[in-house]
Ligand binder design. Structure first.
Ligand SMILES: Nc1ncnc2c1ncn2[C@@H]1O[C@H](COP(=O)(O)OP(=O)(O)OP(=O)(O)O)[C@@H](O)[C@H]1O
Ligand SMILES: [Mg+2]
Length: 326
């Protein structure tokens, strides 16, 4: 299953994604962790040093390899040049699985050990000022979108993505790629306004959106969030001394995370596992096609000089157990 953490800058997306990833890893589940945020901090939140984090391969710089691999022998996609971030898989495409080795993981993923359990970490790469607002910015998260669109993931295996809630996430179809989206909100008017904006975008796409209150200090904070977001409030997390120790570069073993915060992480997992029952591969494909056509007409056809609508394979639906093209 695919899970996103979004929210306002500084709300705690990276912290809560990293705790959730640690929690999942501790259950023994296979996990792919992806940092798709403008501020790339997931690696350090998972315990890597700044140097180790800086040495991680950037997906955004390996787009060519990703496209060539995923394109496989799909006759509808003539070249990597005509493959854009929303190009959907079809007959002949290569697909990705959570539990496998493949050239995309070889190039872009690195193992991270968390108290004896190992997860795969992938990062889009840091965003320079020059990237913001131009094509490169989207091509970085575009690498993630392509991978998600070619992924056949099942129950009990997790892809966790740390991303922004900025309007950029809505320029592509990325926000529709998740079984559940956790919107991290501090109990403030700003935190809640990001929720409202997200909810508005999400409305037409059947997005399962749940609010995780963060840095919550007491009943008044909980009451505020409940009044503002109603039943979308799933759970709250308080200030964590464990997190503070980690920030000081002295991460305790995960088993020493505060009980209340561990319980909150279990609530997140149950919510995620429950939404898996709503998985609808056909809708997933329809949305992929919808965003592909939108991107094709707004910039893709012109940029590539091709009719990108022709890339759509009308009979193709992703599903578990689909046999990969060789
Ligand atoms: N529950 C918590 N307990 C203690 N500290 C926390 C908690 N949540 C977040 N923090 C701290 O708040 C700061 C911001 O958190 P974090 O980096 O996770 O936010 P973010 O939403 O990912 O920010 P950005 O938008 O910059 O990526 C960090 O220093 C983090 O350690
Ligand atoms: Mg962050």
């Amino acid at each position: 299953m695919k899970i996103a953490f979004v929210g306002k800058g500084g709300s705690g997306k990276t912290t809560l994604s990293s705790l959730f990833i640690r929690h999942l890893a501790a259950t023994g589940a296979p996990v792919v962790a992806i940092d798709a945020d403008i501020n790339q901090h997931l690696a350090t939140a998972l315990g890597l040093s700044e140097d180790e984090a800086a040495a991680l391969p950037a997906m955004g710089e390996r787009l060519r390899l990703i496209k060539d691999y995923l394109r496989g022998s799909n006759p509808r996609i003539a070249s990597a040049e005509t493959m854009i971030k929303t190009t959907p898989p079809g007959e002949g495409s290569r697909l990705l699985r959570v539990r496998e080795n493949n050239p995309v993981y070889d190039a872009c993923a690195r193992p991270v050990e968390l108290d004896g359990d190992v997860v795969r970490l992938m990062v889009t790469g840091s965003f320079t000022d020059a990237d913001l607002g131009v094509a490169c910015y989207h091509s970085k998260t575009g690498a993630v979108e392509l991978c998600l669109n070619h992924l056949v993931d099942g129950r009990d295996e997790y892809v966790v993505v740390d991303m922004t809630a900025g309007s950029d996430s809505f320029a592509s179809g990325m926000f529709t790629r998740f079984d559940i989206t956790f919107l991290v909100a501090e109990p403030t008017r700003k935190g809640v306004s990001v929720y409202r904006q997200y909810k508005e975008y999400a409305r037409d796409f059947g997005i399962v959106l749940k609010v995780v209150g963060n840095k919550v200090q007491g009943q008044d904070d909980i009451d505020f969030l409940r009044a503002e977001v109603g039943d979308d409030l799933l759970v709250t997390v308080g200030h964590s001394d464990w997190v503070r120790s980690m920030e000081k570069g002295r991460p305790p073993r995960f088993e020493f995370l505060e009980d209340a915060n561990r319980r909150s992480l279990r609530v997140l997992q149950v919510a995620a596992d429950t939404t898996y029952d709503l998985r609808d591969w056909e809708r997933y494909m329809r949305q992929m096609v919808h965003f592909h056509l939108r991107n094709a007409t707004s910039w893709g056809n012109e940029r590539t000089g091709a009719d990108l609508a022709a890339q759509i394979d009308p009979g193709f639906v992703l599903r578990e157990g689909l046999v990969a093209a060789v």
